[in-house]
Each structure stands twice: as C-alpha cells, then as structure tokens.
Design a protein around this ligand. Sequence first.
Ligand SMILES: [Zn+2]
Length: 619
Amino acid sequence: MKYLGFLFTLLIFYTTAFAQVDTLAVQADSVAVDSTIEAYSDSLYLNIVIPETDTVMYPYSRYRIAGNTNPRATVVVNGNLLKVYESGAFVDMISHTADTTQIHFMTALNGDSLSKTMYLIRPEPPKPISLKGKTITDRFEKPGSNRWFKTGEKLEVQFLGTPGQKVVFNIDGFKRNIPMHEVPVSIAGVEGLYRGVYLVRPSDFVKDKHITFKMKKNFFSYKKKKSTYTVSFNGLPRVGRVNSDDAYLNIGMGTDRLGGAKYGDLEEGVLLNITGLKNDNYKVQLSRSLSAWIPTRFVDLESEYSSPVESLTGNIRISGEDKLDRITLNLSEKLPYISYTDVEPNVIIVDVFGATSNTNWKIKHRSSHGIKDVTWSQVEDGRFRIEIELSHSQNWGYHVGYGWGSQLNIEVRRPPVVTNMNNPLEGRTISVDAGHGGDNNGALGADGTLEKNVTLQITKKLEELLLEKGANVILPRTDDSYVYMSERKEITLENEADLLVSIHANSIGYISDPREIKGTGAFYKHMAFRPLAEIMYKNMMDLGFDDYGLTGSFNFSLNAPIEFPNVLVETAFISNPEEEMLLMDPDFQQKIAEQIVKGLEEFYLKHGYLESVSDMPEK
Ligand SMILES: [Zn+2]
C-alpha cells in the first residue's frame, strides 16, 4: 500500500505520460503514505528518460541525457551538479570519447539519496571474415540487391580483406581478372579496402551474373568469394507497370528518418521505362536528362520485348464542375508524371514523361472559372509540360491521375466558400492530426512527457474550439493508438476536409544540447502550401516563442499530399525542459490551440471564396 500511495501521489502531479516512462524509476524507501502535497514533496525518486536502456551503443562524442527527480532534490551526474527545473527535469551533455563511458546519476534530498549507473558503448568497426589467414569479405551490398547497368555506366565493386594483397574480380562467365586497387587508409578510413571498376560497353550483354573476388597468392593459389548479388549489362530498357496506388518516385537513393526525397505519387497502371536496378529500386528514365528511382515492389515488369513507353499528346480540354475544375489531356499510354506548384503567380505545373507534343488547341469551357489559363510546352525530349494558372489566390489542392483509358486528368479544387465574414470557420471541414500515438511515443521530454500525449491533448482542445466556431472537425487519431500515415491522409480525403493541420512537438537529436535549441516552427513541402505554414508560424510566434523557423520542401509524409493544403506545426521543443513545462500545462495548450484557430481564421478570410458582400462586418 505504501507503494500504491506513492504512485497515486505522482499521478496527481503528472499526466498519464509519466506512468509510461517510469520503467527506470528507482523508488526510495521513505515514500509517503498519503497523497498530500507535503508528502509528495519529501519523496525522492529518480527517473532516467535518456538513455532509454542501461547500455546504449552510440558512435558520437557528445550524448544528451535527460531525466527527472523531486524538484527540490539535487542532481549530480558524473560529478557535475545539474540544474533541476521546477518540473523536476534535468538535462546535460556527456562527453563520450572512450570505448565505454559510464554515466553515474545521483540525486539527494533531506539526507536520502538514490543513484543509478548506465553505459555508452562505442560500436566496434566491422571485422573482416577470416579465410585461412587471409581475409576477404563483401559487406557493401545487401543480399539480393541485384544491379542493372547500361552502356557508359560504371560497375563499381569493393570488398574488405587482408591489406597489401594482389586482388582481381571476375564477372562470372563474362570477364576475368579485372584488377582491383587498395584504397589508401586516409581515404577509406579502414585498412584492406579494395575497389574495382568496369565500364559497360555497347557490345556487353550480361544477364544475372555474379561477381567473384579473388585474392591471389600465385598462379595456382588464391582465395575467392562470390557476391550475393548479380549484375546485368544492357538488354535494357525494360517496361514496368505500376501495381499499386501507394507507389511513388524517389529522386535518388537517399534515405533519412523520413525516407528519401520524393518526386510524388504515381497511380496504378502507369507505365515506366526502366534502365537500371540497384538495392531493390528500379531506375526509371523519365526524359532524356531526368531519371528517378522506384522500389521494385511497386512495379511488375512487362515482357522483355515491350517497346519503350511513349505517346503523342492530344488536345487539352478545360472544364468546371461544382467544386472543381478539370484539365484533360489525351494520351495513348498511361505515362508517368511529376507535378510542381508555385505562388505569385499561383500555378500548377505538370510534366508528362515520354510525351511528345502534338497538341494543337485547347478548349476552355465557361464553367472552368477556377482556371485562368493553361499553356503547354515541350521542355525537352520526352518531357511535355502543362502549366495551369489558377484564378484564385490560393491553391486548395489538386490531383493528377488517369480517368478512363489513358486520359490524363488534373482536377483542381476550388476555394471553400466563406459564408460568414465574422466567423469564417462556420460550416468548414478541418482535419487536425495529432502526431504519433500507440507504440509510437514521438519525442520524450526530460520530465517524462511523451509527445504523443501532448499532441493529442492540444488536438482535443483545438477540436473543442473549432466546434464552438461551427466547423466540422476531422480527427484522424482520437485516442492513444497508432494510425498509419496513409490512413490519416485517407481519412482527411474521405471526409472532404478543406485542409490538414498536423500537431507535433519538436526534439533535438542525441548529439545536441537540449538547453540551447528551442522555439516554434512550421513545416511545409509544396510551395503552394507555404502561405498556410507562414500564417501558422506567425500566430505561434505571437506566443513569445523563440524563432525556430519556417521550413520548406520538408519530407514529412503528411506534408506530401497535394490534394489539400497541409502544415506541420512543431509547437515547441519537448526536449527543452522549459518548453516541456509549457507543453504539459493545460492552460498553455489552450493558448496554442487558440493561436492555431486564429491562424485558420486568417487563412480562410484571406483565401476562402467570400460568398456575399452582405455578410461583410459592419464598421
Ligand atoms: Zn512528432
């Protein structure tokens, strides 16, 4: 019961978030029996939030720690006395320059003390596999990552082995004994790294061959190792068909925690000219000078004898319906496309690849009053560009895809109708996304606050305010469960929301000092949606936050949709103990929600379609 009394006390002072990070909690013996403030203030505890486990593999020289204790207690970490914030949070940076760094946490209050030791370990560099004295290993390609090359491209191979040897590689059944060279340690950062190159020639036809690395002792004696992947030269391009509406084109093969940079989505059925294969991605030749990559799982290859995908363009028709305008272009194949947006002028640019202009006229119907004009040009071989200028001040979303057959459809949403100038949100539908959820906690605050809880709390407050204004509110996440990003987008689309605001709390990585980095920020990906991010950012800054900045081209999955304006609001830094206290405070959460509502009102007043002047506010 003593123990339960202690927990109960804590739960009064901390949100439910607390209970979920206290797995590392060390309870003192002298805990309070009742649940009064005095009893609580005398109890000593030590919760360590970062590191999250007793032992952490960590390669860098600086590591941030975070935790919490009784706000009246003192905290010493590795001999340094730390500041304990009003919430009980403490943070610090640890220097990690040895193979193992010990982090010793100690907290004390009224003669009681608690301590805990954790460890940072530097990962060892990978060791080559030993083969009877000589070593040879190939750790640069994951198994099954077959690669395709065409004339003029370079096959580059490398492996790690015993330094100072004579080594060659074979392309099995095609070329033997291509020399390899040891890369100087100063460049490779490791001894025994060998590299070899083969330049693919027009006459080279190779299909699914392995590479064999050979380390020669003499003519009769050598060690060898076969690659797990295969290579193919020429016999390309192939044609592939997109097999899923979840498919997208990547710009390169880069990755980060948000995934690689993307050109955009592709619809099922689109045909692609494929000229390469590497690390489970096909290389797609879009036009003479532009290529992209697509994960192989999104593509079914057509027969080897299919001719490259191309089409002449037909004429352009521009028409309007109730809530949208439509631009159609006839093609003979479903060609890939990439779209871009800009502001001032407010345009949508759609490049269609493999298309050659045979467009002789455009028909514009009177019904298409959301479109000012449509122009086209052949910007290069195999790249046909349609430029759509909108007649309204804000792009409210659009969709590129195929209608019946291979008719390219670009559907452009009209601005929502504002019927009440005094309350522009009345009758509007707004999607508010609470970041993270369920197993995905998001960022962690030193006091144990979980980002997923803060985002849901702010979202609920925002919902209440918006309902009071007479808006319809769509919440892709309503409780502590994880909702997939694609589902959050789907829910927003299904409910025909005008726009989406995604609520998050920011955090720095392990390498930065949490005391130094704080403030509010807004993020967008597409230029067309920058005005929404600007307005949100400005209204959040009015709360007196530091200026973390407005970030564009941001590769967050809910910034990717082009179908509705969207913004990611990184309210404040949960990794900063002062801002964590603000984020935990229900009154401050309310203020954040109010600023977002103000921002939305401003956005609708500026960019919504004002139905009637009779609703103008009287002055
Ligand atoms: Zn987040």
